[in-house]
Design a protein around this ligand. Sequence first.
Ligand SMILES: NC(=O)C1=CN([C@@H]2O[C@H](COP(=O)(O)OP(=O)(O)OC[C@H]3O[C@@H](n4cnc5c(N)ncnc54)[C@H](O)[C@@H]3O)[C@@H](O)[C@H]2O)C=CC1
Ligand SMILES: O=C(O)C(=O)COP(=O)(O)O
Length: 529
Amino acid sequence: MTAPKVLISDALSEAAVQIFKDRGIDVDFQPNLGKDKDKLAEIIGNYDGLAIRSATKATAKILEKANRLKVIGRAGIGVDNVEIPAATAKGIIVMNTPFGNSITTAEHAITMMLSLAREIPAADASTQAGKWEKNRFMGVEITAKTLGVIGCGNIGSIVADRALGLKMKVIAFDPFLSPERAKDLGVEKVELEDIFKRADFITLHTPLTDKTKNIIDAAAIAKMKKGVRIINCARGGLVDENALAEALKSGHVAGAAFDVFSEEPATKNVLFGLPNVICTPHLGASTTEAQENVALQVAEQMSDYLLTGAITNAINFPSITAEEAPKLKPFIELAEKLGSFAGQLTETGITKVTITYEGEVAEMKIKALTSAVLSGLLRPMLGDINVVSAPVIAKERGMVVDEVVRAAESDYESLITLTVTTEKQERSVSGTVYADGKPRLVDIKGIRVDAEFGSSMIYVTNEDKPGFIGKFASLLGDAKVNIATFNLGRHTEGGDAIALVTIDGPAPTEVLEKVQALPQVKQVKALTF
Ligand SMILES: NC(=O)C1=CN([C@@H]2O[C@H](COP(=O)(O)OP(=O)(O)OC[C@H]3O[C@@H](n4cnc5c(N)ncnc54)[C@H](O)[C@@H]3O)[C@@H](O)[C@H]2O)C=CC1
Ligand SMILES: O=C(O)C(=O)COP(=O)(O)O
């Protein structure tokens, strides 16, 4: 196997380069490349992995060219610079490091809050300019003041904890914050309106979504206490900067400290130069400790995936540990092939898919296996589908996907049964993996078989009547089609039967037509795996 190749296109710590090298991965470290989207588009096709921070924009246009790319690793938290649907559609795993820089970012928010309270940057500039303006700067105490935290997840809760240590009263708005967690944190869970009405300082720690965009706008600011101070170390766009600028000018808002902006890099902004505004250039995660944490973590995660298939912290796929990955691999192959078998036989719209996992396989990562079944199933109909995109597409198409997990009831240690319901019929197919690691088909529509998946196969359903097998084999022989394996099965004597043969090379259409014309034959289909 040639070594996978990774491009680091942002200013990650050198620690990442070393990890990739130590793991036997070829690595190109070009810390400024991410800012040059044309250059990135030009070379992205050469890489299996892309490691980034926030400067690289992995847009659909760039990903279009990323034909080898298997994984994007974000050394940090926010993945809003990656077009996840485009990555998912191409089967690219997107992973982040959800905790590596949270303490550092929380500390930045607290630093911003204290700097605002005492106007440190302006006081510093004035003093160093030789002005000694002792009477110009009159700060506020934070002890006993109310801090409103909007978004109390990883970073918000660290901010809350530090603020409590500074003797503030902390109130938090987060629809996903449970009352128990709020109690453990020592914060009062409130509604957004209460934050606006009660807080002396407001700090934002949510992702930027349709719901959170402009969560602080002119109407929200109007409800706030006069003299409120606002801190944003989460994402630009959470606060309407124009509305805030007006409120700063009128004095309704006493100060704002921003690390993130609606447009970045922010070389100009309405907030710049206004009274008591403090700005930093997206430095929330910029400490040696955090950068080392996220670089090491992302490099390890990406290496694990590229070398072993283990998945950690993926935004668009379930996690698979390094221990699980090798055990899961043959079952992923089985799942995908069972899906493909059913998909190639299905000609009408699928309404429901039921996947039953029995025995040992039921203990494995079912979500990953289901994704594999769905990708195999949908690919014959929809083409460009992969394990990452399949569940999203199945959902978009309104398919009901049921997973059933149960103890072994059959002779097999592990059995996966896929039942596909269409508007016209229901079809089931089962498979297992033997000790040799190869996937096998063991049941088709209730008929027992024992067949490997060959790269080219012919599947026939027929009536169990004498004469069929001889004629079928002769038709193949006459057309110089070599049979590699031949599997037969039937329900009952004289009842429904199937033949599944693996042939060398593709199945010629004329042969398929002649087989279809045999009196016992109901359906013939060429299958490829
Ligand atoms: N300035 C910087 O350099 C950095 C910024 N960040 C940003 O900080 C933000 C928070 O990160 P984490 O705490 O790690 O994320 P998280 O996912 O742990 O927490 C986000 C919280 O926001 C809550 N939330 C979602 N929608 C909400 C809504 N409509 N109203 C109120 N709360 C809502 C969620 O329930 C969750 O608890 C992210 O936007 C991230 O990108 C993260 C690291 C560094
Ligand atoms: O981790 C995050 O979400 C951040 O915003 C940090 O961004 P950065 O890696 O410093 O460009």
